[in-house]
Design a protein around this ligand. Structure first.
Ligand code: HGY
Ligand code: MN
Ligand code: MN
Length: 418
């Protein structure tokens, strides 16, 4: 058969995405499949069942990463790999992550039913805990696999209720024996929604990011002095929430003060005792700083850190700062990115060379092998929300690009990307 005419089955891809969206479905039309939750387990079990139907060799490792391997004609060659994450944000969307797992699944189903053999083996992967919302940081399991993070450090991470990562992994039955260690991979493709407004604004269907911003995460813990709000004079209070409020505005003004392309956000806060008639004495909040320029992000943190220390001492609220996680910016393999653009052109999909502001497991895969991503538009640029949406036509288009990028890579015998 002329492989050029091969296309994925768009309605079957839609069916798998709709079936996955029913797992952890939220009233607002999104999903909640927090890492290592019962919903994550349910979706993983379904994914494994679908892999079994394709006679793939299934391996699950000690971080719960799920690999499905399709043999090639020459199994001594390093495989082509493609995957993403099944876990979601709280009240997240029906496409973030899962499209990057259902997309390669649809590719493998298409190759399977057309009995197409490739030179190289192909591996599909679901990475545990990409989101980092329940257990910080993000991309922790691809980070351990890539050798960038320590497994036991990840195992000891706890959620807001003090539950340990490892215990939850065991509870859902996905802590297996396979070592979470990198092995040779020819190249890695990750298919994702674009999580921004660029593609839609420019009327493009396919995005090919040149890479991913650096992500730096910090945790700030403030201690004040609780007291009755009525009789306690304003003068001399040690109000941890007011200290946090001043600091949060310093985070928000950081990009302007740094004058560069940088984003800085406080997304999570806990305030205790959180009673309207007690002055707060314990506050925790998170800081997320991202930039294409790692040094700019580090300089921004230096400035913010001194802001935090100044405010904390002026308000008499001792502060504990945790430098929780940093992953450098990830410039992808230019030839592989070009392959995405050329394949999109060949398939007639308008495309855009861009940057990814969202983090992905591809950040760590980029430290192991040539890596590239395929984006399709998020309607109104919205993601990490229940209204996250992408048209089925665009989902199909992106999966066709993924199909042909994987075919090209899986049929190149030389170690170099042609
Ligand atoms: O934080 C991110 O950008 C990703 O969704 N984990
Ligand atoms: Mn994602
Ligand atoms: Mn996400």
């Amino acid at each position: 058969m002329d492989l050029k005419t091969l296309r994925i089955n768009g309605s079957r891809l839609q069916g798998t995405l709709e079936e996955m969206a029913r797992i952890g479905a939220t009233p607002g039309g999104g999903v909640q499949r927090l890492t290592l939750s019962d919903e994550d387990k349910q979706a993983r079990d379904l994914f494994v069942k679908w892999l079994e139907e394709l006679d793939l060799e299934i391996n699950i490792d000690e971080m719960g990463n799920i690999f499905g391997r399709r043999s090639g004609k020459n199994n001594s060659l390093p495989p082509v790999m493609s995957g993403s994450h099944i876990d979601s944000q709280p009240r997240g969307g029906r496409f973030d992550g899962i499209l990057g797992v259902m997309g390669p699944l649809e590719v493998l189903r298409t190759l399977h039913e057309n009995k197409i053999e490739t030179e190289r083996p192909i591996i599909i992967v679901d990475w545990t805990n990409e989101e980092g919302s329940r257990f910080a940081p993000a991309m922790v399991a691809s980070g351990v696999w890539a050798g960038a993070l320590e497994r036991d450090w990840a195992y000891d991470r706890t959620d807001i209720n003090g539950k340990r990562f490892e215990d939850e992994l065991i509870r859902i039955g996905y802590k297996k024996d396979g070592p979470c260690q990198k092995f040779p991979v020819h190249c890695y493709y990750e298919y994702h929604i674009e999580q921004g407004p660029m593609l839609e604004r420019q009327g493009k269907i396919i995005g090919a990011p040149k890479g991913i911003l650096c992500l730096h995460w910090y945790d700030i813990y403030l201690t004040g002095e609780a007291n009755q709000v009525g009789p306690t004079p304003m003068e001399g209070r040690h109000d941890a929430l007011c200290a946090a409020a001043e600091m949060i505005l310093k985070v928000n003004s950081l990009p302007d003060r740094m004058g560069g392309n940088l984003v800085a956000t406080v997304g999570e806060i806990q305030n205790n005792p959180n009673s309207r008639n007690i002055i707060p004495d314990k506050v925790h909040f998170t800081v997320d700083i991202r930039s294409w320029d790692d040094d700019l992000a580090l300089k921004a943190w230096d400035l913010l850190r001194s802001d935090i220390e100044t405010i904390a001492s002026r308000r008499g609220c001792p502060v504990k700062i945790e430098e929780t996680w940093r992953v450098e910016h990830s410039p992808f393999d230019e030839k592989l990115v070009q392959r995405i653009l050329d394949t999109s052109d060949a398939l007639g999909y308008p495309n855009l060379h861009m940057v990814s502001g969202a983090g992905h497991d591809a950040s760590y895969m980029n430290q192991v092998c040539p890596t590239a991503m395929i984006f399709v538009p998020s309607i109104d640029g919205r993601s990490h929300v229940e209204v996250e949406n992408t048209t089925w036509e665009d989902c199909e288009a992106g999966a066709n690009v993924l199909l042909h990028a994987i075919l090209q890579s899986a049929n190149e015998s030389s170690a170099n990307i042609d």
